[in-house]
Design a protein. Sequence first.
Length: 418
Amino acid sequence: MTAPIFSNHGCRLNAYETEAMKDLAQQAGLENAIVVNTCAVTAEAVRKARQDIRKLRKANPNARLIVTGCAAQTEPGTFTKMDEVDAVIGNTEKMVGATWQGLAADFIGESETVQVDDIMSVTETAGHLIDGFGTRSRAYVQVQNGCDHRCTFCIIPYGRGNSRSVAAGVVVDQIKRLVDKGFNEVVLTGVDLTSWGADLPSEPKLGDLVMRILRLVPDLPRLRISSIDSIEVDDNLMQAIATEPRLMPHLHLSLQHGDDMILKRMKRRHLRDDAIRFAEEARKLRPDMTFGADIIAGFPTETEAMFANSLKLVDECDLTWLHVFPYSAREGTPAARMPAVNGTLIKARAARLREAGERQVARHLTAQQGVDHRVLMESTVMGRTEQFTEVHFSTPQTEGNIVGAKITDHNNKHLLVG
């Protein structure tokens, strides 16, 4: 018998939960199984999950195949109909030890083939303790799950449920544990990170959590925040940006578009001027701040002039790291019923956005030449600056260490030292 094979799709939170599931499966004694943790953000993501399932089944004909994640939660029937699939597990069930104990019992009555409950009834998020994933230098801590907003293009609230926060004390304790294990950087992650605290007593804000972590874990060298909604950023988070050098000067913004009419049709809570104003203020407080952003190309009703506003936003917010999504209709969302943009046009607009992003990266890399940086080593030859820029070294360094380095060159993809 062999240890389970895990295949992860989608976001960092999914990757975090895959690591937690590995621990739960190991504790339960699950063997000879394949676990596919799916993503539901686009129809293409679901298609890729189905393709992965078929491929994994072909390579492992005798293993039990378990499907979980957001796509399993939102459309369990899609996967139960697949001959390759033995069990479908919801997003809540996948984080419960009893689920894995039942699966390990080899389906002899203690495990149901389909375990997907109503995600909207879930009111708590467990603070799953893992030792980090990816590299031994950086750890991710889930502090929030779910989303209370209903953007017209998004299926994720139906896969993740309503917003739930992990208590600050649990978060701080886990970060202390990770620092004791030698991690030099911790990343706070969640589905709608800036909504953290709204369901907790006294309704603290994300900035309160950040300040508390930095105060109570003085040995933590670097704290990083994953994707945020800039319109929800609170005063304490802005203060942390201005005064806390251990908070990394890199923010990934959930912008989605640069045109006000499209933003309204998306049911976003900000307008383009709000995004520009936030970027200007954050960079004024922290001049070395860099921004990433999610932007959708080809949202229904998008005209060329509307798309041009997204292109202009790249320069107006001085965005560096773009995540470009060609719009893909998700059945069950309001946007799927809106007048669609031609698919060829969507691909072309997405390509133009990516080209703009590549120009921004090249400009950023060029500006770093000759600059001294503190680089967190992810391997012996590759690390990242505080702005999350990849750096390659000609001389091996110690993995996990933070090293000082002067940038000597770049190759249009990453920075070079030596």
